[in-house]
Ligand binder design. Structure first.
Ligand SMILES: [Zn+2]
Length: 577
């Protein structure tokens, strides 16, 4: 009771200027509260700051400053919240602060028009037209992906931008995504602007050209279209935080601490679409744009322990914020530690996409809260672009720094999907993997010396010691792994000796074992895996040196496969005339 009286006093002094509807200390849900709305935005004061860890699983906390909390709730969540008997004050919903007229602009230019200025909120149809228009007008470097479909049938789209767009290349995969909270739309427009900027400057601006040539950049401006267009397809007026099932998507992901369904809800269609998209890609780095604060929020959100790469997160966070500060009025992007914070140090959330991507997908995803005002007036959008676009580009560049390279098979030179683990450093799935398709891996990391172990099923593990990394620089580290079944590459063991090599098609072999098994054989295999020469070893019985003549083979690389009956030896064979 003492606490309650104290909090009432603090509460009334803090909020006495609010003249809107309020209710305090009442555990009954007011009937009128959810009439005509699917979610409420409200504020309350924590008597004990530790209560945040309970309440974050009851309602969707949006911001915490000292003991003052701002939060959203659906009808069900708000009923649960009322059981805690906390005083609260209903706030105007951020999606209705500006009128539809204030959020629109009459003379919007159409796709393909170089004069398009990103100082407006498109209608849903315009958004689709722009996204399709970008891909259509730049087919060589741009492709439109459908991540999935929302509950109400709207499209979740990603524009993929890279040189040789139809080919998966050995390069970092990078993702920008915005507005998973439907009423936080500054990032939506800034990402449309970024797409336009990248495409328009490709081939002329060296930074942009280089990023597109060396990175696979995926940009999703609108992650929760049902939330953003909750008020109708013609305006972002009436945008809400939640999806059409009144569920916060950024609490609906698999959580490192709580596991599946941390919010007690089934996976939402939008969540499933994002989880599938993450499965089908191999994102090295990512940022997830929100609004309502101005801060670079890095892992973890769900628990207090620090990320393995905490020093790297602070480095790139500072780079982001400091760059913004050089190009914005004082006071912008200065929340928490002058614009950066560890997520949990701000407030705990469970089921967020950031932790999901970091923990379950070995990605480096950050949550960037980009504007205090969730739906900026249209005449401020270009200013926010100018504050931030350099940081957008810098963060993509960071995906190239640290060490990276290719992991390939010593025998076939084909790519290997390997785990890249740093001894004494990696934890909580901070290790990275090379892609089976290209063998490429990327390991952003703070400068230092690292012992790196490469491992893959079917291969001998290899550790490279003292890999040296500098900040804002790339150390290339290509690694070959030796298959467990192929011993020929191990110089400490007997192997097939081929000479001369290269040869003109006539060469000798010294066999490593005396052929006593009737199943002994020699094959020559081309790089497509086809056997182009085969011989039964009995022809050579009694002699460990054999001569082979393959005069008809075209020049090129081949593999020689000797099966002694006990062991398979493979070595490279080059024909050159
Ligand atoms: Zn948010």
């Amino acid at each position: 009771m003492k606490n309650l009286i104290r909090s009432l006093l603090i509460f009334s002094s803090l909020f006495s200027s609010f003249s809107i509807f309020s209710q305090s200390g009442n555990s009954n849900l007011p009937d009128s509260l959810f009439q005509g709305r699917s979610e409420v935005y409200f504020t309350f004061i924590l008597a004990d700051k530790a209560d945040i860890h309970t309440l974050t699983r009851v309602i969707s906390i949006d911001n915490v400053k000292g003991n003052v909390v701002q939060a959203y709730a659906s009808k069900k969540e708000f009923s649960d919240f009322l059981q805690y008997n906390l005083d609260y004050k209903i706030l105007p919903h951020p999606g209705t602060l500006l009128s539809a007229a204030e959020l629109s602009r009459s003379n919007v230019n159409r796709p393909g028009n170089a004069l398009t200025q990103w100082d407006f909120y498109p209608t849903y149809q315009q958004y689709l037209d722009y996204m399709a228009g970008f891909a259509g007008s730049h087919p060589d470097i741009c492709r439109l992906d459908t991540v999935g479909t929302s509950i109400q049938g709207r499209l979740i789209l990603t524009l993929r931008i890279s040189q040789n767009i139809s080919v998966e290349e050995a390069e970092p995969q990078f993702l920008y995504t915005s507005s998973l909270h439907g009423d936080e739309v500054t990032g939506y427009i800034l990402m449309m602007h970024l797409i336009d900027y990248l495409l328009a400057n490709y081939g002329t601006d060296p930074t942009v050209t280089n990023l597109i040539n060396t990175t696979e950049i995926c940009i999703n401006p609108l992650a929760n279209p049902d939330g953003t267009y909750r008020g109708g397809n013609n305006s972002v007026y009436g945008a809400v935080r939640y999806n059409a099932n009144n569920i916060d998507l950024n609490r609906n992901f698999r959580d490192p601490k709580l596991g599946d369904h941390p919010d007690g809800n089934p996976w939402q269609p939008e969540t499933i679409a994002w989880m599938d998209y993450a499965d089908n890609n191999h994102f090295n780095m990512s940022a997830n744009f929100h609004g309502g604060a101005e801060v670079f929020n890095y892992p973890w959100d769900t628990w207090p322990r620090l990320a393995a790469d905490d020093n790297w997160w602070q480095l790139v966070g500072r780079e982001w914020a400091d760059t913004v500060h050089q190009h914005s009025p004082s006071g912008y992007f200065t929340f928490m530690n002058n614009g950066i914070t560890n997520g949990y140090a701000w407030y705990e959330i469970n089921g967020g996409r950031q932790d999901y991507m970091n923990y379950w997908h070995n990605c480096r995803e950050v949550t960037v809260e980009i504007s205090d005002i969730k739906i900026l007036p249209v005449n401020q959008l270009l200013s926010y672009w100018d504050y931030n676009y350099r940081s957008f580009l810098n963060f993509i560049k960071e995906s190239h720094y640290g060490f990276n390279g290719l992991v390939t098979d010593t025998v076939t030179d084909l790519p290997v999907a390997a785990k890249v683990f740093i001894q004494g450093h990696d934890k909580d799935f901070s290790e990275v993997y090379s892609r089976g398709t290209t063998g490429f891996y990327a390991r952003p990391i703070y400068e230092g010396q690292y012992n790196v172990t490469f491992s893959a099923p079917g291969y001998y593990t290899k550790t490279i010691k003292n890999v040296s990394v500098s900040n804002w620089a790339t150390t290339i580290l290509n690694v070959q792994l030796r298959p467990l079944t192929y011993d020929a590459q191990d110089k400490t063991m007997n192997s097939v000796i081929v000479y001369p090599n290269p040869s003109d098609g006539h060469f000798r072999l010294i066999l490593p074992e005396h052929p006593i098994n009737p199943s002994c054989s020699i094959q020559v295999i081309n790089t497509l895996g086809a056997v182009v020469y085969s011989s039964d070893i009995n022809r050579f019985s009694g002699n460990s040196t054999v001569e082979i003549d393959v005069p008809g083979l075209p020049e090129g690389l081949y593999y020689l496969r000797f099966n002694s009956g006990y062991r398979i030896y493979i070595d490279k064979l080059v024909i050159k005339r």
